[in-house]
Design a protein around this ligand. Structure first.
Ligand SMILES: Nc1ncnc2c1ncn2[C@@H]1O[C@H](COP(=O)(O)OP(=O)(O)O)[C@@H](O)[C@H]1O
Ligand SMILES: [Mg+2]
Length: 258
């Protein structure tokens, strides 16, 4: 059965989408069957996978509205994995499903139809805790949290753990933080090093050993519609995300959820 994982953090700009896209690509390079689900109406994960968000015949919106079977809406990207894309239409879904019974579980139900086809389903979340994000968090076994190593990252921690607790109580009792990944790491910066150490204390074993460095190739690759591994294979960013994927696969082999 697929490992279904959301990449989430209520803060914007911490590297959620970059992690979702590059983890999906790296897992695919490791011969895993991967589906990337874009649950952000900005559609950055879609575009970053080389799928034109505005040319989508069907998107995750149609799936959430129950208009097409999920299989119909999944597109084959040319980057080694499949994509259930999103665009600005997703912003309108919230209202459309607000009164519907079981509204939190629409994505979960839909994924049941395809989960046997994949080893990993990675869901990229928007920063807000909307009904869309709740659908994502209700559908997964675990959350990977990207954290930028800056002072404010620590301030947001309490909020984040509270959110996860709430989701556990209301929609997904099995939800857990499976891993925390440090992103945009700059080893020359003393504050970064301090925060990284504090995260280690706070999260212990859940903190991945792999650290994602600040790397300009990671920021450039999406403009070409490519995960960094296809943009510049030997860049530090590409190597780091491959290492992260390998670390996750290894942890799973040892019985951890990711
Ligand atoms: N490790 C990194 N090194 C350099 N730039 C990065 C890195 N990770 C993300 N970025 C850039 O930072 C910005 C925010 O990242 P993004 O993944 O979109 O965050 P989020 O999805 O959390 O909002 C983007 O422009 C992205 O290209
Ligand atoms: Mg994003």
């Amino acid at each position: 059965m697929a490992h279904i994982i959301a990449i989430a953090n209520q803060k914007g700009g911490v590297g959620k989408t970059t992690t979702a896209v590059n983890l999906a690509a790296s897992l695919a390079v490791l011969k895993k069957r991967v589906l990337l689900v874009d649950m952000d109406s900005q559609g950055n994960a879609t575009m970053g996978s080389g799928v034109q968000k505005n040319d989508l015949l069907y998107s995750v919106t149609d799936v959430l509205l129950g208009e097409v079977p999920i299989e119909t809406a999944i597109t084959k990207a040319e980057v080694g994995y499949k994509v259930l894309g999103a665009n600005r239409d997703l912003a309108g879904v919230e209202l459309a499903i607000a009164e519907q019974e079981g509204r939190e579980f629409i994505l979960r139900q839909a994924l049941k139809e395809v989960e046997q086809d994949y080893d990993f389903i990675i869901i990229d979340c928007a920063p807000s805790l909307s009904l869309i994000t709740i659908n994502a968090l209700a559908a997964v076994q675990g959350v990977i949290i990207p954290m930028q190593c800056e002072y404010y990252a620590l301030e947001g921690l309490a909020d984040l753990t509270q959110t996860i607790d709430r989701i556990q109580q209301v929609v997904n009792p099995n939800l857990e933080i499976v891993g925390v990944v440090r992103t945009m790491y700059d080893a020359r910066n003393a504050l970064t090093r301090d925060v990284a150490a504090e995260l280690e204390q706070y999260f212990g074993k859940k903190l991945y050993d792999t650290v994602i460095p600040r790397n300009v190739r990671l920021a450039e690759a999406p403009a070409h519609g490519l995960p960094v591994i296809y943009f510049e294979k030997s860049s530090k960013g590409a190597v780091a995300y491959l290492n992260l994927a390998a670390e996750i696969v290894k942890k799973i082999k040892k019985g951890s959820p990711a």
